[in-house]
Design a protein around this ligand. Sequence first.
Ligand SMILES: Cc1ncc(COP(=O)(O)O)c(C=O)c1O
Length: 384
Amino acid sequence: MNSLDDFAQARLDALEARGLRRRMIITDRFSETGARRGGQDLVSFCCNDYLSLSHHPEVIEAAREATARYGTGSGGSRLISGNTPLYDELEGALARWKQTEDCMVFGSGYLTNLGVIPCLAGKGDLVLQDELNHACLFAGGRIGGAAVKVFRHNDLDHARALLAEHRAAHGTCLIAVDGVFSMDGDLAPIDGLAALAREYDAWLMTDDAHGLGVVGGGRGSSFLSPAKSDVPLQMGTLSKAIGAYGGYLCASRPVVDLIRNRGRSFVYSTGLPPGTVAAAIKALEIIERDPDLCARPVANAARFCAALNLPAPASPIVPVILGEAHRVMEASAELQARGFLVTGIRPPTVPEGTARLRVTFSAAHTEAEIDALVAAFRALGLAG
Ligand SMILES: Cc1ncc(COP(=O)(O)O)c(C=O)c1O
């Protein structure tokens, strides 16, 4: 072996020893909630396709038509030749749905955070983050060279203390949080953060990857309060409830225009495949017209939680924390043996000692499927 391979192998061995080595398993999502692994048909409870729109016939047809009309790829970055006519329609629909002046779509949610945050907070500036934020908010915060301060999860007093200590010494200040926390399923205290942002001349940004389509009547986490929350930067992804791929930022016209000009992960990256943009347009149309569909994933999560005496969920994501990585992987395997796909989530995705089963619910799960999962959790002593 050469030194490069030695280096890689040593790192892999260390991960293996800690139960943290990851392996990809081919998963054939053959139906709305069905997943086939190694010849076994499973009911999946670990998918972010909360409304199962990736399998919706109208969405598939829209993608097919756009692919036939415009081709499989966009052929360039959007500032060169990749800006298909479909983008205007999607960005207009997202801006209307989020009640902002403008919107821009990126290649993914991760790329959105990598592109947006450094445009607004660079060297000499401050980014305040919740400790449980998604990895790409942290990556976006670091990439521009801003000072990053981390407050305890959903702790407004800690956030205030950090602002009081550090705000004055910095230029701009961004407060960035998951609207719905991806691994815990709880909500950020958005109105409290918005008030802090006003007080300290900071800009609030929510990552609503897990909010769009499933909370706030389908509009996302800024729409949970009776009055729309004051969030000038709402980003999210098209890869979860929308069932397609891509990311977006909904914001004011000048902000979006600045990021169109300076967001490096946008400027220097190819536009999305037209079929993907068309699928997102159709999925959003379905979300807008069907509030009952949007309410179902949380209702399904609530059925599961009530049966197992778990706290009522705020979103379709229910964490069942088991603690140790090996234990979680064992539990996941035991559930698989009973016909359920619930993958284990381990550090560094979640903090040390909090490895968990992250159970996610779709609008398409039946009561019988949920009840069977409850029975399996009980039988395996995982909850209840
Ligand atoms: C909170 C959060 N933000 C951003 C992302 C990244 O989005 P994408 O998968 O579109 O890159 C994810 C998940 O992948 C997420 O959970």
